[in-house]
Design a binder for this molecule. Structure first.
Ligand code: PMP
Length: 770
């Protein structure tokens, strides 16, 4: 079929044909078409019609197929309204007419169906997308009883024949060819023998789908020029290919269409499995044909209608984890063993999980895939992850996965045997630290690391007292809850134990000291307490306070407070569980930004990219103090699998330049947040170091009244906008930003744009965001 052979009749010709052939005295208005010509025939009052002039290459038998199909559908109870054929005065359903070029063209007239085309309805609600699926399923259901010899044609829009499109790949620039190749390969692997066949409509694009005037329900499908006998599921695949266009969450939109369809016409497991591949193949075929047709008919605007959005969608789909979309569709159709609805999982948690475990967000997330800086939920939505600092080098980083899986298949034991991974990891880890910090212990969590740090400090000093920063959190064990004001002074806490002293949080935004001398003045509190405290074992301090609300220590604070603690015989413990491994950007460890060095460093979260692991690194003297004959053993700590994962994390940080990225992207993001603050008075302060940032919300910039309800509403709204954040701080009014270090400037731009949107929809007085 050559689009260049589209008929070239004028509106005047159409008026004349309508009059002469059909006795209709109506005005004619050209409608868009890929390869035919269509005219809307109308006056101001009476019924409307469509005059259709077929492409010169269109066979009579295919037009007969369309006519018979419409006649057939008119007899079925589909709940849909279809165009009806109007016979010419001669009695003919199809009338040949000669054009000025001497060629003969076939003319038909159909009744006009009222409605709004789906493309003109925005946004497409979930209900409307389901209605599209259901309507298409009713159409497919009805067409299962229809046969016509001409439907068994070799047709380039038949997805079974998509290979007819692939030669056009050569017309595309190399990067675009590369983008399409995986979709082409997936199409080539489709097992067509498992897919039921029937005559299908084959063209549910959003210019052909008609919706009722309220925009709530699909009422009709137009244009039967692509009807073909093929795998029935292709009809749905084509519908979802178009339903995904221009959508922020294409898979979620597609899932609604699939759900609506499956309720009416049950998809088999094989059909469900082929759906995504076929939808992507349709998009690939479309852009290939568009490239070919652009060559043949450079002036045809219709060809461009869906081309740009199609490329944008293809790029988006290419960035999704390969099997996630399939899994979403399998879940919709009930073919994912073990898959459960969010409601069932919430109910199970309520019944069987310890009730003190919490869930994030008022509507909890059900995440089923992670890759890079993105998380993917069971319903087809992708989220930009700005909070999970555990997936330090990106969710499911392939190098970390491969390293851990390889070692898991070889051997997993414990530190009572020799192993290269253990030796190599400790050598490389200690090499990142000041030379004094040269002895390491590997454990299984941040809490276990801090527990051991506490034991080390007590063994070394013989003391029992501990200094901590206000609002600090150091872990979940009994001993650590006792040194975590975040817990013992929080909900359900039993207050400060006698052996613990709370030091003021060195917060230069909200605390008592805010000027250039703040570091010294906050440190003076530590010095005072150190002078008056006997039996001091340790000062535990996060190098930047996470639970305290992303609070960055003022210059000089660590150096001066460490000196005072050491003078009193105490051990200085830097908790780098949140902040370590390059997140600070300018330095590998956050404490280095203070120009100070602790006696013990504790690590966790990011150390093995989500594999449960922690570490303590200290001095030879302190380590020796614990070695009193009692063995220290942590069954899982330092096992070769954990070490393999942790080694891969160090490799990736180095090879992907992630510390530098934290510095550059973090700086860029902080500047953007401060720019947002100039427009949104709700932002009292934006602060950060590398990719560890905080945005403190206030109701009044002068009184700094904390905006806690606004912060939690903003986080919920951001989730709706596809961005994951969390709140923290003693006043619950600080938005935390601590994404995987693969976070890019594009991601920062997206985060900033969404924050801008969410903040713009916020209007004082305080309360929840809309
Ligand atoms: N220290 C800090 C600063 C933390 O943020 C955490 C965990 N949130 C811990 C220690 C405890 O780590 P884990 O949960 O791995 O035991």
């Amino acid at each position: 079929m050559n689009v260049a052979n589209a008929p070239q009749f004028t509106s005047g010709d159409a008026v004349r044909l309508a009059h002469d052939l059909y006795g209709l005295a109506l005005a004619a208005e050209s409608l868009p078409s890929e390869r035919d010509q269509n005219f809307l025939l109308r006056d101001d009052t009476g019924p409307r019609f469509v005059l259709k002039i077929a492409n010169r290459d269109e066979g009579l038998e295919v037009l007969d197929l369309q006519n018979k199909l419409l006649e057939f559908l008119a007899t079925r109870d589909t709940g849909l309204e279809f165009p009806r054929l109007v016979a010419a005065r001669s009695g003919l359903a199809i009338t040949p007419v000669a054009a000025g070029d001497g060629a003969a063209y076939f003319v038909r007239v159909l009744t006009w169906v009222d409605g709004v085309c789906l493309a003109a309805v925005q946004p497409h609600s979930a209900a409307l997308l389901r209605s599209l699926g259901a309507a298409l399923a009713r159409l497919d259901h009805a067409l299962a009883g229809f046969e016509h010899a001409a439907a068994h044609r070799e047709f380039y829009w038949d997805l079974r024949r998509a290979s007819l499109a692939w030669p056009h790949l050569d017309l595309l620039p190399e990067p675009r060819r590369r983008l399409l190749q995986p979709f082409v390969d997936a199409w080539a692997a489709v097992d067509w023998s498992r897919l039921p066949t029937s005559v299908i409509y084959n063209d549910a694009n959003d210019y052909n789908v008609l919706v009722d005037p309220a925009g709530a329900r699909v009422v009709s499908f137009l244009d039967y020029g692509d009807v073909v006998h093929s795998a029935t599921v292709c009809d749905l695949a084509i519908a979802i290919a178009y339903a995904m266009l221009d959508r922020p969450d294409p898979i979620a939109a597609a899932a609604e269409v699939v759900a609506g369809y499956h309720q009416v016409r049950r998809l088999s497991e094989a059909e469900t499995g082929a759906l995504y591949t076929l939808a992507a193949a349709r998009l690939a075929a479309s852009v290939c044909y568009a490239a070919g047709q652009a060559r043949q008919a450079p002036g045809n605007e219709y060809l461009n209608i869906s081309n740009r959005p199609a490329w944008a969608l293809i790029e988006k789909l290419a960035s999704l984890p390969a099997d996630w979309s399939n899994e979403v569709f399998r879940r919709v159709c009930g073919y994912s063993p073990g898959a459960r609805t969010s409601a069932s999982l919430i109910e199970s948690r309520r019944r069987t999980l310890g009730p003190s475990l919490s869930l994030s967000y008022s509507e909890p997330l059900h995440i089923i895939r992670g890759a890079g800086q993105y998380l993917y939920d069971a319903g087809g939505r992708r989220y930009l992850d700005c909070v999970n600092n555990v997936a330090h080098v990106g969710h499911c980083h392939p190098r970390v996965n491969a390293a851990a899986a390889r070692q898991m298949a070889l051997l997993n034991t414990n530190t009572r045997y020799l192993h290269e991974h253990l030796a190599e990891y400790i050598e490389r880890l200690t090499a990142t630290l000041p030379p004094r910090l040269c002895v390491a212990y590997l454990v299984s969590s941040g809490s276990e690391a801090n527990e051991l740090a506490l034991r080390l400090a007590r063994a070394h000093t013989g003391g029992g007292r501990v200094f901590v920063l206000d609002a600090a959190y150091h872990g979940s064990t009994s001993a650590l809850v006792d040194i975590s004001p975040y817990k013992f002074n929080g909900k359900g806490g039993r207050g400060k134990p006698a052996h613990v002293e709370i030091m003021p949080l060195p917060d230069v935004y909200r605390g008592p000291y805010r000027g250039a001398d703040a570091g010294a003045r906050y440190a003076a509190h530590v010095a005072d307490a150190a002078r008056s405290t006997g039996g001091l074992a340790a000062f535990f301090v996060e190098s930047a306070s996470g639970c305290g609300g992303q609070v960055f220590l003022p210059p000089g604070y660590l150096a001066e407070s460490f000196a005072a603690v050491r003078a009193a015989g105490g051990v200085c413990v830097a908790d780098e569980v949140q902040t370590g491994f390059g997140r600070a950007g300018s330095h590998f460890w956050m404490f280095e930004t203070q120009g100070a060095a602790p006696d013990v460093v504790t690590m966790g979260k990011p150390i093995a990219n989500g594999h449960p692991m922690g570490a303590v690194v200290t001095t030879r003297e302190i380590a020796d103090s614990l070695a009193n004959g009692m063995e220290y053993f942590s069954t899982f700590g330092g096992n070769p699998v954990s070490c393999a994962a942790a080694l891969a994390v160090l490799d990736v940080i180095r090879d992907e330049g992630l510390q530098e990225n934290a510095r550059d992207t973090g700086g860029y993001l902080l500047a953007g947040l401060r720019d947002l603050a100039t427009r949104h008075p709700l932002i009292g302060d934006a602060r950060g170091c590398g990719l560890f940032l905080g945005v403190e919300l206030v109701r009044d910039r002068d009184t700094r009244e904390p905006a806690a309800a606004e912060a939690s509403a903003l986080v919920d709204r951001m989730k709706e906008l596809g961005v994951l954040l969390s709140t923290d701080g003693p006043l619950h009014n600080v938005i935390k930003i601590k994404p995987p270090l693969v976070f890019s400037r594009n991601d920062a731009d997206l985060l900033l744009a969404r924050l801008d949107t969410a903040l713009r929809s916020h209007r004082s007085p305080p309360g929840s965001l809309p």
